[in-house]
Design a protein around this ligand. Structure first.
Ligand code: NAD
Length: 252
C-alpha cells in the first residue's frame, strides 16, 4: 500500500468545527495528516481533535497553538480559516462593527500565524493557507466591510509569503465563491424567500450552483501538500468560474 500523501503532516485549522474549516480538517485527515481544530466550538468528529480558541484573543490563541503543537509534536501546516460575515454598504455598519470584523477576519490570522511561525520554521514542509474570498477580487453589493477584510487577507497573504519564503514557509490563500455552509444557511434563513435567494446566489456563478465546502477543502489540501512546494504567494479561486468568466445567462 502506498503512503498517504499527507502522512506525518501536523496541521491546525481555525474555524475547524464547521463549514469550510471542518471539510478541510476532514480532507487533510483523509490524506493522512493529524489535525487539531482551533475553534470556539470544540466538538469535532474523530479522528479530529478540538481545542478551544478565540482568534480575537491573543492569550487564547497563544495557549491554543501551544496546546496543538504539544498534541501533534510540532506543526507543519496552518489553515487560517475562522471568519465572520458582514452585510451592508459603508453606511450600514458602525465603527465598532468594522473593528470587530477586521479584528476577527484579519488580525485573527495575524495572531495565529505569529504564534505558529516558531513551530513552522522547524518543519521541512511548512505552509500557511488563508481562507480569503472572491469578495477580495470582485466588487459585490452589500459587502463593503466583509470585502475590505478579505482584500486585506489577500494582501496579507502576499506580504507574508514574501517575508517567510526564505524560511521555508509557503503562504497562499484560496478564494471561494459562495459556498454551501451553515453560514450561508443562516444568511438564507434571513431572506424573505430563502429558495429564491439561494437560486440567485447559485445563478451568480457560471456553474449555476453554489460551491461545496469539500471542493474548497480539496484546494486547500493540495496547497498543504509537499507536491505544491513551488506554489507560493498565490490565490487559488474556487468559485465556479465567478471571478474570471463572462458567460451568457442560462438559457440564452
Ligand atoms: N461560506 C461562504 O460562502 C464563504 C465564501 C468565501 C469565503 N468564506 C470564508 O470561509 C471561512 C469559513 O466560512 P464558513 O462558511 O465555513 O463559516 P461557518 O460559519 O460555517 O464556520 C465558521 C467557524 O468559525 C468559528 N469561529 C467564529 N468566530 C471564531 C473565533 N473568534 N475564534 C475561533 N473560531 C471562530 C465558528 O465557531 C465556526 O465553527 C470564513 O473565513 C469565510 O469568510 C466563506
Amino acid at each position: 500500500m502506498s503512503t498517504p500523501e499527507l502522512d506525518g503532516v501536523r496541521a491546525i485549522v481555525t474555524g475547524g468545527a464547521s463549514g469550510i474549516g471542518l471539510a478541510t480538517a476532514t480532507e487533510l485527515a483523509s490524506r493522512g495528516a493529524r489535525v487539531v481544530c482551533l475553534d470556539l466550538n470544540t466538538e469535532v468528529p474523530a479522528p479530529l481533535t478540538g481545542v478551544r480558541c478565540d482568534v480575537t484573543d491573543k492569550v487564547s490563541v497563544e495557549e491554543a497553538v501551544s496546546a496543538a503543537a504539544r498534541i501533534l509534536g510540532g506543526l507543519d501546516a496552518v489553515v487560517n480559516n475562522a471568519g465572520i460575515g458582514a452585510q451592508g454598504t459603508v453606511e450600514d455598519n458602525d465603527d465598532d462593527e468594522w473593528h470587530r470584523v477586521i479584528d476577527l477576519n484579519v488580525v485573527g490570522m495575524v495572531r495565529v500565524s505569529r504564534a505558529a511561525l516558531p513551530h513552522l520554521r522547524a518543519s521541512d514542509n511548512a505552509s500557511i493557507t488563508n481562507t480569503c474570498s472572491i469578495a477580495a477580487t470582485a466588487g459585490l453589493p452589500q459587502r463593503a466591510l466583509y470585502s475590505a477584510s478579505k482584500g486585506a487577507v489577500l494582501s496579507l497573504t502576499q506580504a507574508m509569503a514574501a517575508d517567510h519564503v526564505r524560511e521555508g514557509v509557503r503562504v497562499n490563500c484560496v478564494n471561494p465563491g459562495t459556498v454551501s455552509t451553515p453560514w450561508i444557511a443562516r444568511l438564507l434563513a434571513k431572506a424573505d424567500d430563502p429558495e429564491a435567494e439561494r437560486a440567485a446566489l447559485g445563478a451568480r456563478q457560471p456553474t449555476g450552483r453554489l460551491v461545496e465546502a469539500d471542493e474548497v477543502a480539496y484546494a486547500i489540501a493540495n496547497l498543504v501538500s509537499p507536491r505544491s512546494r513551488a506554489v507560493v504567494g498565490t490565490s487559488v479561486a474556487v468559485d465556479g468560474g465567478m471571478q474570471g468568466l463572462r458567460v451568457r445567462p442560462a438559457g440564452s
